[in-house]
Structures are given as C-alpha cells and as structure tokens.
Ligand binder design. Sequence first.
Ligand code: C2E
Ligand code: CA
Ligand code: CA
Length: 253
Amino acid sequence: DEKENSIAEALANGLKNNEFLVYYQPKFGLTTKTFVGCEALVRWNSKELGFVSPLGFINYAENKGLIHEIDLFVFEQVCIDLADLKKRGKRLLPVSINFSLYEFYCPTFLDDIKSILTKYDINPMLIEIEITEETQHANSFLVISLLKKLRELGMRVLLDDFGLGFSNFGSMKILPIDTIKIDKSFIDEIAYDYKARQIVKTIIEFGRIMGIQTVAEGVEDAKQVETLKKLKCDIIQGFYFSDPAYGTGLVVL
Ligand code: C2E
Ligand code: CA
Ligand code: CA
C-alpha cells in the first residue's frame, strides 16, 4: 500500500544518504561483575520521516528486500568501530548483531560476512550473531548448516526473545546455540510474579544443563537484578545499566 511504499522509498534514500547509525547497549556479567559485551542496535534518523524506531521499519525493510543491506551496514559499522578501537590499543569486548530471518535466504550472506571481517581484520570471536526464534521457521536444515558455518569461523550464536512464540526446549538440542536471551516480557514480571520467576528459573537451569549461557534482556530495576542474581542468570542487559547509546565507549572494558 501507499504507506509501505513511501517508507520503502525513504529507506532506500536513507541507505544512500547514510541516515543509519549504530547504537550500543552494554551487557553485564553477574558472576564476573564486569561488562562482558554489548549489543549493536540500528537507529534511523530519516530526512523525510524523522527518527524512526527499528520496530517501525525492520518489517518494511524485510518486505522490500532492504534488510540485507541494513544488517550488513550494521555489521560493517561494528567492524569499523572495533578496528578503530583496536588501533587505539583498547581491550575489546564482543559485540552482538541482530540478523533477520531473511539472511538465511540470502545466498551471499556468509561470503558477505567473511569479506567484511577480512577487510577490517576482525577476529570473529569478537562477533556474536543474534537470531530470533522465528528464524527456526526457516528451513531448519538451512538454518542449522549456516549457523554451524558461522560458529566454525569463531562467531557465537545467540537466540533472542527466548520463551516467546514457538520456542521450545527440544529445538535447543539441535540448534547450534551458545546463548539464550530470555525475553523481556518474563523479566518484567520476575520480581512479583511467581510463575514468571519459575519460567525464568527453568530456562536458566535448562541452559546450565545444556551448556548454554543465559542473558536476561530488558532489566530495568534493582529488584529484577536481585532476583536474577538469586536465579544465577549469567548476564543482564537493560536500562538498569544503560540505554543503547551512540559512541563506542561501551565496547571496551
Ligand atoms: P531486540 O533485539 O529484542 O532488542 C532489544 C530492544 O529492547 C531494543 O529496542 C532496546 O533498545 C530495547 N531495550 C533494551 N533494554 C531495555 C529496557 O530495559 N527496557 C525497555 N523497555 N527496552 C529495552 P530497539 O533498539 O528499538 O530494537 C527493537 C528491535 O528491532 C530489536 O529487538 C530487534 O529485533 C530489531 N533490530 C534492532 N536493530 C536491528 C538490526 O540491526 N537488524 C535487525 N534485523 N533487527 C534489528
Ligand atoms: Ca537482539
Ligand atoms: Ca530481544
């Protein structure tokens, strides 16, 4: 429809005119008591539409075939930032990057990633790939083989929004995953809702058994932090520590 087309046009212009930025949000390790990495989140400051949240354009970008360009822009910007920090002698923390389900249908995805890593001489161990459970709807053979290749290169794989939608414990046996991110909707209720707390507890214990790290996302207050400490969650991320922010100050230890 019309709205979709005008957003698509603005997106295409935005990509040409460098209207996209990468913000970073730190992750805090509850046992190490240090920042352990951060997540890269795209931001769009559109000349035509103003500041647009990712939730307001990722879908359109997917439908119009522009998501690959956006995801790769973010990936390349992260590599540029890491290379720059390395040159300045900083101690680097791993950065996780969100990749759309559509990447799994893009035949050049893996080669594109590899050539950007080579171009900026980035150690793949510094890169984590965040995929959503929705990604499991993609041909699972395709997904699994691509994830395995990413891991063979040294990248880690995070499963985002865990607990929502069609997530299931069984798939964790076959999906090559290093980390689960427990969805914010459970974290929101964790301090006062017994059932939400038990769900989170079960996910964390399950992770421990499977050798999978757990991250709580969208942590906003001290009560949630205390509860997550008790449940032995590995890592927390959220406004409690920091909003996503512009600049690479958060990418270093
Ligand atoms: P997500 O991957 O689940 O990212 C977490 C979202 O929660 C981010 O929203 C972040 O800013 C927000 N957030 C973090 N901590 C808190 C908190 O304590 N409270 C609340 N209320 N929110 C918090 P954002 O940046 O608007 O991104 C929304 C979604 O857009 C992301 O959800 C992700 O699915 C998608 N996205 C963002 N960047 C990219 C990208 O580069 N590529 C792709 N394919 N998707 C992206
Ligand atoms: Ca994410
Ligand atoms: Ca999430």
